[in-house]
Every structure is written in C-alpha cells, then in structure tokens.
Ligand binder design. Structure first.
Ligand SMILES: [Zn+2]
Ligand SMILES: [Zn+2]
Length: 137
C-alpha cells in the first residue's frame, strides 16, 4: 500500500486494499498465508506528520507445534504508524512495515487449541483423536 503525502485531504482519508502474501514477500516455509491480507488504513496529516492507523486481517495457516496438524486462525492486528512528510519522496510505501508487523505477530509456537493433547511420545498417535493403548500399559 502506498500513500501519496501530497494527496491526503485535510479531513484524512481511508484506504482499503487486499495485498497478496507474495507481494509482501511473506511466503516462507514457516508462514502460511494463502489468501490476500486485507489492509485498512485511516490516514491523517497534521502539517508534516502523517499518522496511519492500520488494521490487518488475514487467514493464517500454521502447523500445531504439539500435534503437527495444520490448522488455520483469524489474524487481526491494529497498529499505528507515524511518518514524516519528505518533500523529495512524497510517496510512502507501507508494505515493509506491514510485513514486519505480520512477522512479529506470527506465533512462534502455534497451537491448534490451547488444550491440544499433542502426539503420543511412544506411538506417535494424535491424542486429540482419542487415546492410544500406550497409556493403559
Ligand atoms: Zn495441536
Ligand atoms: Zn501411544
């Protein structure tokens, strides 16, 4: 998402854009975002200070760190970014900041659910799907 600082009206402006994960360079082995990220920006300008209130929404996919199964969850983040008007560079590209924010918010040890039972250490069965006979013996 790009903002032309010369074109922000006095009353501010709201933008909405869908950005593909590929455009943000967010397709890695670990991070799975298959659908576009919805970015909403409320932009205001007071003299030379630009304030952007961003809302990011995306459907994220991850592999549970306990049971290894894939699951998805709704990702939603609000943040505020501040910029200065630079006469020589009137267009601000928000994408690097958006990218960084998503990487920071991405869970390091994602869990499919808070009480995920994980895998049996002995037989490897997914214990969310029921017990295995290892526990009985
Ligand atoms: Zn799990
Ligand atoms: Zn077992």
């Amino acid at each position: 998402m790009k903002i032309d600082t010369n074109r922000i009206p006095l009353e501010g402006v709201a933008l909405e854009e869908k950005i593909s994960p590929a455009a943000l360079d967010l397709e890695t082995e670990m991070m799975k975002l298959r659908d576009p990220i919805t970015v909403r920006a409320d932009i205001s300008k007071i003299t030379n200070a630009i304030t952007v209130n961003l809302t990011l929404e995306a459907l994220m996919y991850a592999n549970c760190s306990r049971c290894m199964s894939e699951f998805h969850f709704d990702f939603k983040e609000n943040m505020r970014l501040n910029y200065q008007v630079d006469k020589s560079e009137p267009v601000i590209d928000l994408d690097p900041d958006i990218r960084e924010e998503i990487i920071l918010a991405y869970p390091i040890k994602p869990l499919c659910k808070t009480d995920c039972k994980g895998l049996c250490a002995k037989c490897g069965k997914n214990l969310n799907e029921g017990g295995c006979s290892c526990a009985i013996t």
